[in-house]
Design a protein around this ligand. Structure first.
Ligand SMILES: [Zn+2]
Length: 400
């Protein structure tokens, strides 16, 4: 393509993104309640919308028959890469807020996280089809349940990858718009339960060798605090540093009773991809050592929420995204780290593909006051469509 026809094509695409249609899709998705593990009805609704648009919709169960995933492919039949747009249709378990639109701001459950973003990705797909803008390759749209923790365990993303519903790169329209995250930390939520043998007993009646269970819990907190200092040496310019954090400790019933149990909860985060097993083993060893020393037993629940990931500056998806972002906004997006763990971490870990999280500048995720500007959704739809044009085929070298 010469640059004149490039410019015309992008202008066509810009115009093809239909604001009203995007809003209607977002409202339709928000209007169906879908707490995590109960996203079946909204998945059905999305499948219906896409089928009415004339797309061929697949519904792989993907390890969650209660809410089969929604999959659509836009294929050119020509050589090129496949760009995946992926979103979760489930929302956190909070009271349902129906959709409303006022002064260009869309509200309701999932407006920000992330039904608005999914509607933008759907609108990008429609615009790409109408303008036949893809020179090669194709776009894969996937939407699923099982994202939000602690209710979901990301099994559907894992199954989608295993069943081949995966692109050469993935974009996730989560609510992050102020930076392009090229790295993110892995994260696990831990719960340590320390127990001693015997029953609760008045302090003056206990045997002298009775383990001081709250003291062991306090010692664990101290050891984790000094571990946290050591971990600071391991860092990444974008995603931050390795860390361990304690946010909860509980033991005892009253002031003069020697309790039998103590619970400590917190998070462990790491910057190096592929270290999940080593991080867990190290944590368990620290707890086991303390249990042996103190004559207690300790069980560790270590729930991995996602591995760390890094995307290379050199990756074709990064330049494709930045060219699209510049075409839509007139500037490049600064590079940074991803503050949260999302399904992008899973795509990077399970499929080894680069994952870019970019979505609307939206407010109120995980609250009752989710709000997103329709202008932002339109912008995201344009950026997604133009990224696909730059990434999938024609201009760049893609796989056969
Ligand atoms: Zn989300």
């Amino acid at each position: 393509m010469d640059s004149a026809s490039d410019g015309e094509r992008l202008e066509e695409l810009r115009i093809a993104v239909n604001r009203e249609r995007l809003v209607e899709t977002a409202k339709a998705l928000i209007s169906v309640p879908s707490p995590t593990r109960s996203a079946g009805a909204v998945a059905d609704r999305l499948a219906e919308i896409l089928a009415d648009d004339g797309f061929e919709v697949k519904r792989p169960e993907a390890d969650w028959p209660e809410a089969p995933a929604v999959v659509v492919r836009l294929e050119t039949g020509r050589r090129g890469r496949t760009l995946q747009f992926d979103g979760h249709l489930d929302t956190v378990h909070l009271p349902f807020v129906p959709p409303s639109l006022e002064d260009g701001i869309l509200c309701g459950s999932g407006a920000s996280d992330m039904k608005g973003g999914i509607a933008a990705a759907v609108e990008a797909l429609r615009a790409l089809r109408e303008t036949e803008a893809l020179a090669g390759g194709g776009v894969l749209l996937t939407a699923h349940d099982h994202h939000e923790g602690p209710w979901g365990d990301r099994r559907q993303v894992r199954a989608l990858v295993a069943e081949g519903f995966v692109g050469d790169a993935v974009m996730l329209p989560e609510y992050l718009a102020d930076r392009l995250p090229l790295a993110g930390r892995g994260m696990a939520i831990f719960e340590v339960s320390i127990r001693r043998e015997g029953d609760p007993v008045h302090e003056v009646l206990r045997a002298p060798e009775t383990p001081d269970v709250p003291g062991v819990g306090a010692e664990l907190v101290c050891r984790l605090r000094s571990l946290n200092k050591t971990l600071a040496k391991t860092s990444d310019p974008w995603s931050g540093r390795d860390a361990v954090f304690v946010g909860f400790i509980e033991s005892g019933e009253i002031y003069n009773q020697a309790p039998v149990g103590c619970t400590v909860r917190g998070t462990r985060r790491w910057v190096t991809p592929g270290r999940t097993d080593a991080v867990e083993a190290g944590f368990r060893a620290l707890v086991d050592e303390l249990a042996v020393e103190s004559g207690t037993s300790a069980t560790v629940d270590f729930q991995i929420q996602g591995d760390a990931f890094r995307v290379s500056h050199e990756d074709a998806i990064v330049s494709a995204f930045q060219s699209a972002y510049s075409a839509v906004t007139g500037r490049e997006l600064p590079v940074g780290g991803k503050p949260f763990v999302d399904d992008g971490n899973s795509y990077a870990a399970f499929a080894g593909i680069p994952a870019l999280t970019h979505g609307p500048d939206a407010k109120g995720a995980h609250t009752l006051s989710e709000a997103v500007a329709v202008d932002e959704l339109v912008r995201v739809a344009r950026v997604y469509a133009m990224t696909a044009v730059a990434y999938c085929g024609g201009v760049v070298q893609g796989p056969e």
